[in-house]
Design a protein around this ligand. Structure first.
Ligand code: GLU
Length: 307
């Protein structure tokens, strides 16, 4: 298959839509990003990469970090992690407080904000230290991206902290239901740090290889998680990876994926490749509008959906 040509065709087709949607503005630093950017990368199991667009440009990974924190939490806690979180789609916005209240402080899944804050708490409990948790998650991301240069953006971090009212409220609500072990501000702080990491589509498409290959990195041959755990993560990405538009993404794209409000999306083609796309303007549910469109075009042109 001529992947390069397919990516170039997609880049042409999405061009008229780069003006649609809106960049996230509830984190003011994200509102400053030029909305008319686009990048898409594929990484195959032998390390071959295909790129189109601004694939060197770093952007805020935001909720894509939720895949990595869930991976490590599942690795350390295995099935006992499900005492703290569920695996059902929320059908609600990513930062909703209402559902968390009537479901007694147990987040629906690890890919909404409450769930990811909870997974961070589980990791702080595991590592027994908040700062170490940040570093270990970062080390894991560097390892699976095969890139040591990854770091966080201080301006975004500061902006997230200054406007993190809802996330702090979610953490407090979980704490009130005894579903958070550590100090609220300590846990939320680490969650914000993971969201503020900057990467590009080249790096992010590389990170998905362990999920495309039953938990084992096909290049380094390192087993990060079990086959069963990889199956679970892919399943939750398929059903919960795009907030209250998860059904829509599964319907149109047909791949496990996870979005972030920085406009990035990662997706997995089982046994074949990792994909990442970036276009900062979002749809109403907070997912990259053009990114979703590009992935739909990709699975339509290649026939590479899981169905
Ligand atoms: N840092 C963002 C928040 O907590 C992540 C949301 C997202 O990427 O969807 O609101």
């Amino acid at each position: 298959m001529n992947y390069q040509k397919i990516l170039e065709d997609i880049a042409e087709e999405i061009k008229p839509h780069l003006k649609d949607g809106h960049v996230a503005d509830y984190i003011p630093a994200l509102a400053k990003v030029d909305p008319e950017q686009f990048a898409m990368s594929l990484t195959l199991f032998d390390g071959t990469q295909y790129h189109v667009g601004d694939t060197e440009t770093l952007f805020s990974i935001q909720s894509i970090s939720k895949v990595f924190t869930f991976t490590l939490a599942l690795k350390f806690y295995n099935n006992s992690i499900y005492k703290r979180i569920g695996v059902e789609p929320s059908g609600n916005p990513f930062n909703s407080l209402v559902q968390l209240e009537y479901e007694n402080g147990k987040p629906r899944n690890p890919f909404i904000n409450a769930g990811a804050i909870n997974m961070t708490d589980a990791l702080v409990k595991h590592y027994k230290n908040a700062e170490l948790t940040y570093k270990e998650v970062l080390n894991f991301i560097k390892e699976i991206a095969d890139d040591n240069s990854i770091s966080l953006n201080d301006v975004i971090l500061k902006s997230e902290k200054e406007h993190g009212y809802r996330n702090i409220a979610l953490a407090n609500l979980m704490k009130s239901f005894n579903n958070l072990d550590n100090d609220v501000s300590e846990v939320v702080d680490i969650y914000f740090k993971h969201c503020s990491l900057e990467m590009n589509t080249k790096m992010l498409s590389r990170t998905m290889l362990y999920l495309a290959n039953h938990g084992e990195d096909p290049i380094s041959k390192k087993t990060h998680i079990s086959q069963r755990q990889a199956k679970r993560i892919n399943s939750v990405m398929l059903t919960c990876g795009h907030y209250d538009a998860s059904g829509d993404f599964a319907f149109n794209v047909g791949l496990p994926g996870k979005s972030g409000v920085g406009g990035g999306i990662v997706a997995v083609v089982p046994k074949l490749m990792g994909i990442s796309v970036w276009a900062p303007a979002l749809n109403e549910q907070g997912n990259s509008l053009v990114g979703t469109m590009a992935l739909e075009l990709f699975t339509t042109k290649t026939g590479l959906s899981i169905f």
